[in-house]
Design a protein around this ligand. Structure first.
Ligand code: ADP
Length: 335
């Protein structure tokens, strides 16, 4: 949080495939909603540019947070919609509105401001009933403002909530034209450069080892969005202990930060790999580091890690990597 407030979070300005981006959300949340008995729909109001220029990673984090909340606070039988529309456009820029509309428990009007502050939940019952930390929306609001947009909420207690996010993006022109899409049906087709992976990691136990609270919160929410059972440790010592205390074969994957106080990721991995139990050698361990230079990759391999993912997390890359190893780990019967 302090990192965002002091302006140390960097924004990327890159062209990305907006159609593929929305397709990934559609796949992910459709599946989750179906499992929960909730209706999920992505609605496109008008046509959209196929490509946008902006920070797709942050946009992903924003929408993941809002959709995860909607999923959390909407009971079976309810519905969730992600509505996407263009509010204004000129030659170079386009403003896009994202509305996350749910029929969940709702929020009382006097708390509209409060829920966007760090560590605030609507009331103490929320923490008891739904868990969570009250940090997600504070991150969402900060990211949105950093990107030059704004967020608001409207809700009726007991009937549902609508979170509205307005964000500006740059446009990509080919031969002076902006390519557009309007048929959401196209999204189920595999799109060049992405997803057609089924990111359903339900029932998989993942241990996330990360000392930075903000990074931990984001990673827990993003990776948890795949349905995986997430557990976390704040440093290497805690990670080794969590692994030692778990029944054999319990963890399907460990995501390990490298630089941590008490015991770093390399040492923690060496400890885990040296434990005298079968899964100590087979559990996939991914290193998470800001710099993935060849020598870092080499060092993590030497410590016994299987793969490298870079921070800030590129969620598509992470899901893809996870899907490879999680399938693989399933194919390893007791040797
Ligand atoms: P967390 O979900 O970790 O508690 P958030 O910052 O994401 O933290 O949300 C803060 C609070 O806002 C929640 O605890 C809840 O009281 C309220 N809230 C957020 N989204 C919704 C929603 N879609 N429906 C009802 N209440 C919500």
């Amino acid at each position: 949080m302090s990192k965002i407030e002091s302006g140390k979070v960097e924004l990327r300005l890159e062209a990305f495939d907006f159609r593929a981006f929305l397709g990934i959300f559609e796949n992910l949340y459709h599946e989750q909603a179906r499992n929960k008995g909730v209706d999920y729909e992505t609605l496109l109001a008008g046509d959209m540019p196929v490509q946008l220029v902006g920070d797709s990673l942050r946009l992903n984090q924003i929408l993941s947070n809002l959709l995860s909340n909607a999923m959390k606070f909407t009971p079976a039988g309810g519905s969730i919609k992600l509505r996407v529309s263009r509010t204004s456009e000129d030659d170079d820029n386009v403003h896009i509105r994202f509305e996350v509309i749910d029929t969940g428990c709702g929020i009382s009007e006097e708390n509209y401001g409060k829920i966007f502050e760090s560590f605030e939940q609507e009331n103490i019952d929320v923490a008891h009933k739904y868990g969570g930390t009250g940090l997600g929306l504070a991150i969402v609001k900060n990211f949105i403002e950093l990107m030059g947009g704004n967020v608001s909420v409207e809700s009726v207690l007991g009937s549902g909530s609508t979170f509205t996010v307005d964000l500006p993006f740059g446009k990509v022109k080919e031969k002076g034209e902006t390519a557009r899409f309007s048929d959401f049906g196209q999204l189920s087709d595999p799109v060049d450069g992405y997803s057609a992976v089924d990111y359903d990691f339900k029932g998989k136990h993942i241990l996330l080892v990360e000392d930075n609270e903000l990074n931990r919160e984001i990673a827990m929410e993003l990776i948890g969005a795949t349905g995986a059972c997430m557990e976390s440790a704040e440093n290497g010592v805690q990670a080794v202990k969590a692994f030692e205390d778990s029944p054999e074969g319990y963890y399907d994957l460990i995501l390990m930060d490298i630089q941590m106080p008490n015991m770093d990721g390399y040492e923690a991995t060496r400890h885990i790999r040296a434990l005298k139990r079968l899964d100590a050698r087979t559990v996939p361990i991914f290193a998470m580091t800001a710099n993935a230079f060849a020598e870092d990759v080499e060092k993590s391999k030497e410590a016994g890690m299987d793969a490298h993912i870079s921070k800030p997390l590129d969620v598509h890359a992470v899901y893809k990597q996870m899907s490879e190893y999680l399938t693989l780990s399933f194919q390893l019967p007791d040797k």
